[in-house]
Design a protein around this ligand. Structure first.
Ligand code: GLA
Length: 312
C-alpha cells in the first residue's frame, strides 16, 4: 500500500515524494458519545490504514478517493504551521464503515509532516483540524486511537485528562465491523445537537453518558478477567442505551445488531461510532468468524488490533 501511494504520487504530480506516512482506522469497543463529555472510552487502532506520500507544493492538493479531501489536509497543516503540500493517498479502510477513515487521514498527515510530534499533541491538533474542516464538534477519541493505539491492545482513555493505559486484547477474539449500508456525513446528522443536549444535562442523554462511562469501567475489568460473557452483556446494554437514551440508532441497525447477537460465536454486538446508521461492532470468537460473516447478512470487515501512527 505504501508503494501504491508513492506510485499514485508520481502519476499525479511527477517526481518523487519527500515524505511518506500511514495511520490506522479505529474501532471503539465501548464508550460511545462520552468522549466530548470528558468520559472514558476504550477504542483500538485496527489493521486498516490510510497511506500517504507527499511533498511541498504551491497549494494543498490530494490525489485520492479518501474521505475528507484537501480541506482536511489543509486544516492539519494550519494546526501544525506547515506550508501547502501535494499529497497522494491510498487506503484499505472501506468508506462508510465507520472506522474513522477521516481521522486516519488527519493523523497520517500529521505523522508525515511532523513525525517527532508527541502523540497526544498530534491527536489534539487533528481533533481541532476535523472540527474546523467539518463543523462537527467531534471528541478526541478517533484521532487518539489512530495516533496512539497499540497492536494487541485496546486503549483506555480518560478524555478529561488524556491519560491512557493499554489493555491487552485477546488474540482469539476477532473484531468484526458490520456495515449497515446507511451512509451519512456526520455534518448531516444531529451529532452537534446530541452533544449540546448532553452538555445541557437532558435527563435521557445524561443517563446514557453516566451509565456508558460505568460500562467502560466494567468492560475493562471484564476484559482483564477474560470474562467474555460479561463483555458481551455490556455491549448489549451499551446498544440499548444508545438506542433508547441517546437515540442514535436506527431500526435497520437494531435489526442487524439483533441478528448478530443470535449468530453463534458472537460474544456481543452494538452500534459503533457516531451512529445514525453507519456501522455495528461485533466481537466474535476467532474460530466462528467465517461462519458469522456468512450468516450475519450484511457486509463485514474482520480486523485485528494495530499500532497507531505515533505509537513508539
Ligand atoms: C464520532 C466522533 C467521536 C465520538 C464518536 C461517538 O466517531 O468523531 O469523537 O464522539 O462519534 O462516540
Amino acid at each position: 500500500m505504501r508503494s501504491e501511494a508513492e506510485d499514485r504520487f508520481r502519476e499525479a504530480y511527477g517526481g518523487d515524494p519527500r515524505w511518506r506516512s500511514h495511520a490506522p482506522g479505529r474501532v471503539n469497543l465501548i464508550g460511545e458519545h462520552v468522549d466530548y463529555m470528558g468520559g472514558l472510552v476504550l477504542p483500538a487502532a485496527v489493521d486498516r490504514f490510510v497511506w500517504l506520500a507527499g511533498a511541498p507544493g504551491k497549494r494543498w492538493e490530494l490525489a485520492s478517493d479518501v474521505k475528507g479531501g484537501e480541506r482536511y489536509l489543509e486544516a492539519v497543516g494550519a494546526e501544525l504551521g506547515a506550508g501547502p503540500q501535494r499529497v497522494a493517498a491510498t487506503h484499505d479502510l472501506p468508506a462508510g464503515f465507520g472506522m474513522s477513515s477521516s481521522a486516519a487521514l488527519l493523523v497520517a498527515t500529521a505523522a508525515g509532516l511532523e513525525p517527532e510530534l508527541d502523540g497526544r499533541e498530534a491527536a489534539l491538533a487533528c481533533q481541532r483540524a476535523e472540527q474546523n474542516a467539518s463543523g462537527v464538534m467531534v471528541g478526541v477519541m478517533d484521532q487518539f486511537a489512530s495516533a496512539l493505539g497499540r497492536r494487541g491492545h485496546a486503549l483506555l482513555l480518560d478524555c478529561s485528562t488524556l491519560e491512557y493505559r493499554l489493555v491487552p486484547f485477546p488474540a482469539d477474539v476477532k473484531i468484526v465491523v458490520i456495515d449497515s449500508g446507511i451512509r451519512r456525513e456526520l455534518s448531516e446528522t444531529p451529532y452537534n445537537q446530541r452533544r449540546q443536549e448532553a452538555e445541557a444535562g437532558l435527563p435521557k442523554r445524561k443517563r446514557h453518558v453516566e451509565s456508558e462511562i460505568e460500562r467502560v469501567r466494567e468492560f475493562t475489568a471484564a476484559l482483564e478477567a477474560d470474562d467474555r460473557a460479561r463483555c458481551g452483556q455490556l455491549l448489549k446494554e451499551s446498544h440499548a442505551s444508545l438506542r433508547d437514551d441517546f437515540e442514535v440508532s436506527t431500526p435497520e441497525v437494531d435489526a442487524i445488531v439483533e441478528r448478530a447477537w443470535a449468530t453463534p460465536g458472537c460474544l456481543g454486538a452494538r452500534i459503533m461510532g457516531a451512529g445514525f446508521g453507519g456501522s455495528i461492532l461485533a466481537l466474535v470468537e476467532a474460530g466462528s468468524v467465517e461462519r458469522f460473516a456468512g450468516e450475519v447478512g450484511a457486509p463485514t470487515v474482520v480486523c485485528s488490533t494495530a499500532d497507531g501512527a505515533f505509537a513508539t
